[in-house]
Write a protein that binds this ligand. Structure first.
Ligand code: HEC
Ligand code: HEC
Length: 327
């Protein structure tokens, strides 16, 4: 018996040493780098700066980029302190993505932006960008080009601004997860074309999963998201993810938006759903709390399409403890 314990003791101390070495390795290695492999057709990409693409890019970016990169101080996309990121991940800033050539992205080519937004790999260094900056593997080629066109446009919101941030200091947990759990997205193998607006379910699926990533907040856990195959995300649209308010303290739980009549949104009418998603109206009265933002840039057709799509998503029974203003 004693011998067994001794062997077990050796084994355990071996594990501890190995874990220590691994931790030191991760701390030293930091956020991983990947080979930058930009295909020729991406490298030479030049987006059309016509008014239709710029306007559509502005509309999409208002829902997709501004929440993190817009600064109320400068009125531009100069970045902000992400106070809603749990402190366990460190102090994180979104960066200046105005057209400034030194402090913003004025020197990035269209192809580099495309590559970065798709994969999450920095085209200049190969460094992977952790999940605080989303990747857009399912955005249609045309919508992606629209976003890039807007970033290049004369809109004052993206005009050069020299605001600078210290490089983000990612802590051990982010480094660890970026080495073992998260990774870059592959470039799409085929062209991505947005669905026809007459196919309601396909359109809703594209807007919800492909553009806005509603599932990212509305599933079980941020750490188990499947960005490449959203439908395989555990607890898909069943809610429960805990998020922080901008004060960095108040916990808000994302709602179950599968069609379960008791714990989800099965009893909401299409109109109540539109009011919730477009205008942030809480079903039954009041306002939906941050980080559920009103999506006034969506058309009614798009929101109704999301509702139609959610009706096809497997129902999950999951009673979520909802935020109450008085707590
Ligand atoms: C959830 C918050 C969030 C959203 C939404 C978001 N970003 Fe970011 N973005 C970040 C953070 C945080 C960083 C910095 C990451 C780092 O330091 O590794 C970043 C970095 C970047 C960078 C790299 C800048 C540089 O100088 O290295 C670019 C380019 C960028 N974002 C563009 C966009 C665009 C375009 C959109 C919309 C399509 C977008 N981001 C949406 C949070 C966000
Ligand atoms: C950044 C995270 C986040 C994103 C992205 C997000 N939501 Fe939400 N959503 C929430 C949170 C948190 C709540 C709960 C707010 C509350 O309780 O006041 C919520 C509430 C809702 C509700 C109200 C449900 C009810 O029963 O009260 C609906 C409907 C909804 N979201 C749909 C969507 C759709 C559709 C999208 C994509 C267009 C989306 N959400 C994107 C976080 C998010």
């Amino acid at each position: 018996m004693k011998k067994v314990m001794k062997i077990f003791g050796y084994f355990l101390s071996g594990v501890v040493v190995l874990a220590g070495l691994f931790a030191a390795y991760i701390e030293f290695k930091g956020i991983p780098n990947y080979p930058v492999e930009i295909p020729a057709e991406v490298k030479s990409l030049k987006v059309d700066l016509d008014s239709v693409h710029i306007a559509e890019g502005k509309r999409i970016a208002s829902m997709l980029c501004s929440a993190c990169h817009y600064s109320t101080e400068t009125g531009k996309l100069t970045g902000s302190h992400r106070t809603d990121i749990p402190k366990e991940f460190g102090e994180i800033y979104s960066l200046n993505i105005t057209q400034d050539k030194v402090h913003g992205i004025g020197n990035w080519t269209d192809g580099e932006l495309y590559y970065f937004l798709r994969t999450g790999i920095r085209p200049q260094t190969g460094q992977y960008v952790p999940p605080f900056m989303p990747k857009f593997p399912h955005l249609s080629d045309d919508d992606m080009k629209s976003v890039i066109a807007w970033l290049r446009s004369p809109d004052p919101v993206v005009a050069p601004d020299a605001r600078e941030y210290p490089p983000n200091q990612f802590n051990f947990l982010v480094k660890l997860l970026s080495n073992v759990a998260f990774g870059p997205m592959p470039l799409p193998e085929k062209p991505i074309i947005e669905p026809d607006t007459t196919d309601k379910v396909a359109l809703g699926r594209y807007v919800a999963n492909g553009i806005l990533g509603c599932f990212a907040c509305h599933s079980a856990d941020l750490k188990t998201l499947n960005d490449l195959e959203p439908e395989k995300t555990p607890g898909f649209y069943g809610g429960g993810t805990e998020m922080l308010d901008l004060d960095g303290k108040t916990h808000i739980t994302a709602a179950n938006i599968t069609m379960d009549p008791e714990t989800g949104i099965g009893k909401l009418t299409e109109q109540q759903f539109v009011d919730a998603v477009k205008y942030g109206k809480k079903p039954g009265g009041g306002t939906l709390h941050y980080p559920m933002s009103p999506h006034t840039a969506l058309t009614d057709t798009e929101v109704k399409a999301i509702y139609a799509y959610l009706k096809t998503v497997p129902v999950i029974k999951n009673q979520v403890h909802r935020y109450q203003a008085s707590n």
